[in-house]
Every structure is written in structure tokens, then in C-alpha cells.
Design a protein. Structure first.
Length: 190
């Protein structure tokens, strides 16, 4: 379980609340949707679920409390967060805080590009911090200067132009990185 949300209908609060664990297992999805439909929520397209409470290892998600969301959006966010490897959770939290995000759409979009942020949680080994930062800004690859030094092959592509972070997969690219062109349209070495 990534988080537990207490959901209700904003339009009909008298229908009560439902507590749902996210991500919803595929085997339980239809049953949970029926429970939500009995409470007047759970539409596959409408943002009809009011978040009355949320328990999560991601405190930043508490910004969703009192907002109206779609149950499938919550489920998708939980699945994206569940796929994170070690360290990505800190990157997600730090970037969400820095960008002051609070909507479900922004949280989902951030899961696609938060890996491009360097988060330092331990300052005791600065060499390790530097290596981690270099890997982050180079998209997980390192460049050895001796491989393509300008003195031995002056017409070669410069290392700084060789690798760029992959553009973020988000509907609002301004949130993560500035996207720069890889070349000016001319052939390499021309």
C-alpha cells in the first residue's frame, strides 16, 4: 500500500465515506468501484471523489486533502509511486515541495521527471554526492574526457553536446527542465 485515502462525495456528503487502499489490486477493482458508486462517487471520468483524509509515507500528498479527484487518477498516482526505486521518493517529495505542487495532475506529471533532481540527504561523503549529481544531470551516463578529447579529434562532437537528459514526459515541461536542442540542425563535424 502506497497510501490510504478516505473518500466521500462532495455533492452528496450524506452518503458517507469510503476508505480505499491505493494502488487498488486488479482483482479488487470492480468491487471497490461498486462500493464507491453506492456512495455516489467512482466515475471513470469525473473528478467526483473528495479526499477527506490521506495516510501515506509521502507527507506531501496531504495537500490533496479537501480536493476533488478522480479515483483512477489516485490509483495511477499510487502505481507510479509504487514503481519508484530507492531515492526517487526523496526526489519526488523535494521537487513537489520546491514547486509548491498540490493538484493530482501535477503530482502525476512530477512522477515522470522528478528523477532529474539531485537530492542530498547525507553530506558526510561529498565525493559520492558529486558522483550521484553527475549521474543525475547526465541521465545516468558518465562521459570520460579521454574518449573524445578536442585535441585528438577536433571535428568530433563535443562531450557536452553528446548527452542531454531525456526530455520530461509531462504536460507542463517548464516544471522540470529547460529543454535544449541537441544540435543546430547541421550535420556533426560540418
Amino acid at each position: 500500500m502506497i497510501f490510504k485515502a478516505i473518500l466521500s462525495s462532495q455533492a452528496s456528503p450524506g452518503y458517507g465515506q469510503a476508505t480505499i487502499h491505493f494502488p487498488i489490486p486488479d482483482s479488487d477493482y470492480d468491487l471497490i468501484i461498486r462500493v464507491l458508486e453506492d456512495k455516489g462517487i467512482g466515475s471513470p471520468t469525473a473528478q467526483d471523489c473528495r479526499v477527506d483524509g490521506l495516510e501515506s509515507a509521502y507527507p506531501i500528498l496531504n495537500r490533496l486533502v479537501t480536493q476533488t479527484v478522480n479515483v483512477d487518477e489516485l490509483d495511477y498516482l499510487a502505481k507510479r509511486l509504487d514503481s519508484f526505486s530507492d531515492g526517487e521518493d526523496a526526489q519526488f517529495e523535494a521537487m513537489a515541495f520546491k514547486l509548491n505542487l498540490s493538484s493530482i495532475k501535477d503530482f502525476i506529471n512530477l512522477t515522470f521527471c522528478c528523477q532529474q533532481a539531485t537530492v542530498i540527504t547525507n553530506f558526510s561523503d561529498l565525493e559520492r554526492v558529486g558522483k550521484s549529481h553527475a549521474l543525475t544531470i547526465n541521465g545516468g551516463a558518465t562521459i570520460r574526457p579521454s574518449v573524445c578529447a578536442p585535441t585528438c579529434c577536433p571535428r568530433a562532437i563535443r562531450p557536452s553536446r553528446l548527452l542531454r537528459p531525456y526530455p520530461p514526459r509531462t504536460t507542463s515541461p517548464r516544471r522540470c527542465l529547460t529543454i535544449t536542442p541537441l544540435n543546430s540542425g547541421r550535420a556533426a563535424g560540418g
